[in-house]
Design a protein around this ligand. Structure first.
Ligand SMILES: NC(=O)c1ccc[n+]([C@@H]2O[C@H](COP(=O)([O-])OP(=O)(O)OC[C@H]3O[C@@H](n4cnc5c(N)ncnc54)[C@H](OP(=O)(O)O)[C@@H]3O)[C@@H](O)[C@H]2O)c1
Length: 246
């Protein structure tokens, strides 16, 4: 699944699933640009990925800053063939204690930020580009105690399917798919994986009996990014050890 000559933008590329995808895309000869907020972590990710990787610090929940970041990346790369809109967060307050501010802060990243990533990148996407949105198995199964997170990923799942059928997107042969991870060991889930009881409890819920690794999710991102998936759009690829089925 080579990506020769392709140029990829990965939001949330400084950590976890996005970082593993960046490594794989580079191995397959893509040029890469990463977006994340924390400058130090971004610089360290860029340095570890080797030469030619672009890192632009921006908060996807701020559409103006995001637009500048994407425009800057477009100018440096000279076009975008792959957009992996992957950045997201999972900390939500208990629903009964959710203030309007907390709701807005959370949804501004997972929903508004992801959708504005698309809005600002769409003009720069080359014909035949691949867009990958990171969803979650929580959108299908729900996540007990965390309805806001599940709802945010439900919005992304629906947005992706619908955007894929947009007339302009189809005319430009742009494919849009949702990549749906299950329980995956990354910094996002460090609290759960760091607690042996919680880690084992979640592993037992998964039919395959274990957590996923970020590199396993990244393999599906590579497939969706590459021409190997050239006839797939408006679809969802679930990488969850079977969790969605129980
Ligand atoms: N891990 C799982 O079990 C799991 C399961 C289902 C879905 N997912 C989804 O997979 C995606 C990646 O998660 P991960 O597990 O790889 O988490 P992670 O290791 O915490 O990585 C998240 C990345 O997103 C960036 N990010 C977060 N908020 C941002 C913002 N406002 N603006 C720009 N960048 C931002 C982070 O960098 P900064 O903090 O520096 O900004 C980081 O690079 C998320 O959408 C998550 O919801 C994860």
């Amino acid at each position: 699944m080579r990506l020769d000559g392709k140029r990829a933008v990965i939001t949330g590329g400084s950590s976890g699933i996005g970082f593993e995808a960046a490594k794989l895309f580079i191995e397959q000869s893509a040029r890469i640009a990463l977006i994340a907020r924390d400058r130090a972590r971004l610089d360290s990710a860029v340095a570890s990925l080797g030469t030619g990787v672009i890192g632009v610090a921006a908060d996807i929940s701020r559409p103006d800053a995001l637009k500048l970041a994407i425009t800057d990346i477009h100018n440096q790369l000279g076009g975008i063939d792959i957009l992996f809109a992957n950045a997201g967060v999972s900390e939500t307050p208990p629903i009964a204690e959710t203030s309007e501010q907390a709701f807005d802060d959370f949804m501004s990243i997972n929903v508004k930020g992801t959708i504005f990533t698309l809005i600002h990148a769409l003009p720069f996407l080359r014909d035949g580009a691949s867009v990958i949105l990171t969803g979650s198995v929580a959108a299908r199964k729900g996540r007990p105690g965390d309805p806001l997170y599940a709802a945010s990923k439900g919005a992304i799942r629906s947005f992706g399917r619908t955007l894929a059928m947009d007339g302009d997107v189809l005319a430009r042969r742009i494919r849009v798919n949702v990549l749906t991870p299950g329980a995956t060991a990354t910094p996002l889930t460090r609290e759960a994986t760091g607690n042996p009881e919680v880690r084992a409890y979640i592993a037992e819920m998964v039919p395959m009996g274990r957590w996923g690794e970020a590199c396993e999710i990244a393999q599906a991102a590579l497939f969706l990014a590459s021409d190997a998936s050239s006839y797939i759009t408006g679809s969802e690829i679930t990488v969850d050890g079977g969790l969605a089925h129980v």
